[in-house]
Design a protein around this ligand. Structure first.
Ligand code: THU
Length: 166
């Protein structure tokens, strides 16, 4: 028996003022787009904004449903929009923010994508052969930057494992 370890590294910033101009602008879009979320059940509005390789920006928000599992997260709604509006174009960076309406105060710490979104982000990275850089932050407060989304899914399952001798 031997022990193995998988570590992830990410950058931590105290606030958006410490980000470069492009990253700060993308996070600002993710923060603002939370207003278009449809979250009447959780009251937890999530917004995502991504910069594509062609310089375009796409956004996504969570869209809930009275049949709860039917709802979709902001990250996956963005991935779907991006594939439809800009087919074949990779995602360079995605910023994710949220507004928790259950709290009286501004959402002030980063959230990170749920497990299902991590798997969807990984598929997109493999499909486009390009890492997706993530910027995670609330409406205010600390910000995390993760170099590639697949770092959030160690020992991930992917299509290569369905092939013989993988
Ligand atoms: N949600 C997202 O949209 N993205 C995440 O990264 C975490 C969770 C949504 C799903 C649901 O509509 C609400 O937030 C509460 O879980």
């Amino acid at each position: 028996m031997k022990q193995e370890q998988l570590n992830i590294e990410f950058e931590v910033y105290d606030s958006a003022e410490q980000l470069n101009r492009q990253d700060a602008a993308l996070l600002a879009e993710a923060r603002a787009v939370t207003d278009t979320a449809y979250a009447p059940y959780s009251h937890f509005s999530v917004g995502a904004a991504a910069l594509l390789n062609n310089g375009e920006m796409v956004k996504g928000t969570n869209q809930e449903n009275s049949s709860y599992p039917v709802g979709i997260c902001a990250e996956r709604s963005l991935l779907a929009s991006s594939a439809v509006l800009h087919p074949g174009v990779g995602i360079h960076t995605m910023a994710v923010s949220y507004h928790n309406h259950n709290e009286g105060t501004l959402s002030n710490k980063p959230i990170s994508p749920c497990g299902m979104c991590r798997q969807a982000l990984l598929e997109h990275e493999l499909r486009y052969k390009q890492p997706i850089r993530l910027i995670l932050g609330g409406q205010t407060g600390k910000i995390y930057i993760i170099k590639q989304a697949n770092m959030l899914l160690p020992l991930a399952f992917s299509s290569s494992q369905m092939k013989e001798n993988s």
